[in-house]
Design a protein around this ligand. Structure first.
Ligand SMILES: Nc1nc2c(c(=O)[nH]1)N[C@H]1C(S)=C(S)[C@@H](COP(=O)(O)OP(=O)(O)OC[C@H]3O[C@@H](n4cnc5c(=O)[nH]c(N)nc54)[C@H](O)[C@@H]3O)O[C@H]1N2
Ligand SMILES: Nc1nc2c(c(=O)[nH]1)N[C@H]1C(S)=C(S)[C@@H](COP(=O)(O)OP(=O)(O)OC[C@H]3O[C@@H](n4cnc5c(=O)[nH]c(N)nc54)[C@H](O)[C@@H]3O)O[C@H]1N2
Ligand code: SF4
Ligand SMILES: [Mo]
Length: 707
């Protein structure tokens, strides 16, 4: 047999928290990854992957990979451990959990997880274990909370246009989304549309990589997009570009909306958003007149104190013009695929599960430092790196450093969070376990099969929770189901566009498309009226304006006492080569991202005596973070941008960007305000050599910082 013949080709599905959910062809020889490429047969992947996953072997075989269970042998935070066996680790966890339940009650245990894997099983399988135990429940709202609630108020949940329809759009608004970084498989659909004459407009707080490709980039002040949407709606109505027929049939509250828009004259919108009055008028008319206007709304603008109201306001636009009705027109924030998954039985507590309190994941620092009755005595982290990604990081680290907190972290790599653990358990990557994948950006479902064996003694979330249940004496067979049992149940009621031998095709690795309901507004939406609600009595009942409104964000553009001290609005959006904090270890990603940076407008840099490449200290009342200054006209005056999330331990003093972000929750949906924080920036001598002095802890990182 030749060496080529020995290569097997397998299909895996990327399970990172990304809307693209790519199908991957993995070449494997002797159990090792030889090649990785995008699946040409997947209608969204279209034969290519992002750079991060093209280089996935780097992550799978990283020297930072955790290969065995570990027990802490030094102070919390130091990250020094001795290997132990799985049996020892499980015994210790079971006995410590047992003691804590006996002494303080099960609510003293807090699970902490998010999007390390968005495989349906890997994401949800821990829920029923902790529900059965009676542990505190985690409100997993850090990412989508405000956007989900904002959309719910206008149109109920689940309504979305098909990404594949963007091909037929004539005008595309990419709004609060840096697709080139975070949704790269959107770009070919936009390219297809532009080839047929469509225009791309990007509305964002800085000229990001997507804005560079746009026909028209419209910079807005952070947190002010609702005013822009209201101004657009005012113009659309004034010019008679609204669709009366659609409005009569499928919406409620048009007259209230019309009145709500009146104060948002082009001049007033310019004052709030910074968008010139004439540009607003042009944008509104272009949108209103387009035969097929498509809004791809990102979450950037939802991560402000007014995030839900902003999302709600923008989502009224396609109902006002009837863009929903036209092929190539419409609106997409979360794909329809994200609502037609049957994980409900994994996700929700069973009737026999004990009741338990809820703790919001954004407020982890508070939970660990202040929560009482009972105090959190054990934290079990999986699928997440809270020491890096959670706001008010100083408090998070202080909480994680508590000597009396028993902390277990199930992880692939030694992260900032594992550094604080008592016990670390080794986790498989998506290349090493089976799962069922749906997407929050498109509508295909796919089964992902392990392409290679587990590295070292790593185990999947499914296997780990099954073992833990057994150790804890939880003998309900439902807590110990195999992949076949769980996925079988999940897929039993699934519907596909073509149901013929669906299961066999899924088993063969094919993606299957879940059907869109045709024009669901005709059957009735999941709102109280069954229609698009320009006027929402639910909003009113919750104490918010029932009609769209611009509510200044907490740390926004308005001058006030806080702004006098901290004049810059900090936006911390995803960087292209990291995925949240994942890939923050990968040598190639680190090389491409170079150093943790802050983008400042030349005027803002000059008044602070900062030049390009200077070291600076960014700070506010919550904390500080040392960054390298990038002076650029891509960032408007008053806005500072730090693409994120670098590992805190690669920053000086292990102070990451989330030292500066607020853990206060959004208006609705209990989400985080990652782009709504005021800061000041000053030159610093201390770190004038930049990241080099930041103490890269691993030999590997030291090398990278030199290269
Ligand atoms: N490479 C990469 N891809 C990722 C991620 C990553 O970290 N890296 N993260 C993944 C995850 S978990 C998610 S949730 C998604 C995130 O995806 P989204 O949040 O939908 O979009 P992002 O690409 O993060 O872009 C956010 C954009 O919003 C802008 N923005 C911030 N505030 C405002 C505002 O007030 N108004 C306007 N108009 N724009 C604003 C930012 O400048 C940024 O360009 O991406 C996923 N994909
Ligand atoms: N400043 C700032 N902070 C942010 C954001 C921002 O834009 N700016 N974005 C926020 C958003 S949108 C989100 S969604 C959160 C995301 O935050 P997290 O969900 O915590 O995402 P990651 O940082 O990627 O960390 C996921 C961890 O899970 C591990 N993992 C992966 N697969 C598995 C598995 O199968 N099993 C186990 N046990 N572990 C696994 C990975 O190794 C990784 O360390 O971050 C938020 N934080
Ligand atoms: S991170 Fe996103 S773009 Fe990259 S391979 Fe995974 S799903 Fe595809
Ligand atoms: Mo997210």
């Amino acid at each position: 047999m030749s060496r080529d013949e020995a290569i097997e080709h397998r299909i895996s599905v990327c399970a990172h928290d990304c809307p693209d959910t790519c199908s991957i062809k993995v070449g494997v020889r002797d159990g090792r990854i030889i090649s990785i490429k995008g699946d040409e047969d997947h209608p969204i992947t279209r034969g290519f992957l992002c750079g991060k996953v093209n280089r996935y072997a780097e992550r799978v075989y990283s020297p930072l990979r955790i290969k065995t269970p570990l027990r802490r042998i030094a102070a919390k935070g130091e990250g020094r451990f001795a290997p132990i066996s799985w049996d020892e680790a499980l015994d210790e966890i079971a006995s410590r959990f047992g003691e804590i339940v006996a002494a303080h009650g099960a609510e003293a245990i807090l699970p902490y997880s998010y999007g390390g894997t968005i495989g349906q099983i890997g994401f949800y399988i821990g829920h029923r274990f902790f529900h059965r135990l009676g542990a505190s429940r985690l409100e997993r709202t850090i990412c989508t909370g405000s956007a989900v609630e904002g959309l719910r108020m206008t149109m109920g949940i689940g309504l979305a246009s098909d990404i594949e329809e963007i091909r037929d759009a004539r005008l595309i608004l990419v709004w609060g989304l840096n697709a080139v970084a975070s949704h790269v498989h959107l770009m070919p659909f936009i390219r297809d549309a532009r080839r047929k004459g469509a225009r791309l407009v990007v509305i964002d707080t800085y000229r990001n990589a997507t804005a560079r490709q746009a026909d028209w980039f419209i910079p807005v002040r952070p947190g002010t997009d609702a005013a822009l949407a209201l101004g657009m709606m005012r113009e659309i109505i004034a010019a008679g570009l609204h669709d009366e027929n659609f409005i009569d049939r499928y919406t409620v509250g048009f007259e209230d909306l019309r009145q709500a828009c009146q104060p948002y004259t082009p001049q007033r919108v310019q004052e709030i958003t910074g968008v010139p009055a004439q540009q607003l008028v042009t944008l509104a008319r272009d949108y209103g007149r387009s035969e097929a206007a498509f809004i791809r709304l990102g979450l950037g603008l939802s991560r402000h104190s007014n995030g839900a109201m902003t999302v709600r306001s923008i989502s009224c636009l396609p109902a006002l013009t009837g863009a929903w009705e036209r092929r190539g027109g419409g609106f997409l924030c979360f794909g329809w695929g994200s609502v037609c998954q049957n994980q409900n039985y994994l996700r929700h507590p069973a009737p026999e599960d004990p009741p338990a309190r809820s703790i919001n994941m954004v407020r982890l620092g508070e939970a660990l430092l202040e929560t009482r009755d009972p105090e959190i005595k054990a934290l079990y982290v999986y699928n997440s790196n809270p020491a890096a990604v959670v706001p008010e990081q100083a408090r998070v680290h202080e909480g994680l450093a508590r000597e009396d907190l028993f902390c277990v972290v199930h992880e692939q790599l030694s992260t900032d969070t594992t550094d604080f653990a008592d016990i670390v358990l080794p986790a498989t990557t998506f290349m090493e376990h089976d799962d069922v994948l749906t997407s929050y950006g498109h509508n295909y479902l796919q089964i992902s099969r392990a392409a290679i064996p587990a590295q070292g003694q790593a185990k999947s979330n499914l296997e780990t929770f099954s073992l833990l249940a057994r150790r804890m004496g939880l003998d309900d067979p439902v807590l110990r189901q195999s992949f076949q049992e769980v996925s079988g149940r999940m897929l039993a009621e699934a519907e596909f566009e073509d149901n013929g031998d669906a299961l066999a095709r899924l088993e063969a690795g094919q993606p299957l498309k879940m059907p869109f309901p045709a024009a669901p507004w005709r059957q009735g939406l999941a709102t109280p009226s069954g229609k698009f609600e320009f006027y929402s009595s639910k909003m009113e009942a919750l104490g918010h304006s029932p009609v769209p409104a611009f509510v200044p964000s907490r740390e926004g553009h308005l001058d006030n006492a806080l702004k006098a001290r901290y004049p810059l609005q900090l936006v911390t959006p995803p960087s292209q080569h990291f995925l949240n904090s994942s890939f923050g270890e990968a040598p190639s990603s680190l090389r491409l991202e170079r150093t943790p940076r802050i983008k400042l407008n030349p005027a803002d840099a000059a008044v602070r005596g900062l030049v390009d490449g200077a070291s600076c200290r960014a700070f506010n009342d919550r904390g500080e973070c040392f960054l390298t200054v990038e002076v650029t006209g891509d960032t408007p005056p008053g806005t500072a941008v730090a693409e994120s999330v670098w590992w805190p331990k690669l920053h000086p003093q292990r102070k990451g960007i989330n030292q500066l972000t607020s853990a206060e929750l959004t208006d609705l949906g209990r989400c985080a305000r990652f782009h709504d924080g005021l800061i000041e920036v000053e030159a610093t001598q201390e770190y004038s050599a930049g990241i080099e002095t930041g103490g890269f802890p691993h030999a590997q990182h030291k090398e990278i910082s030199r290269s």
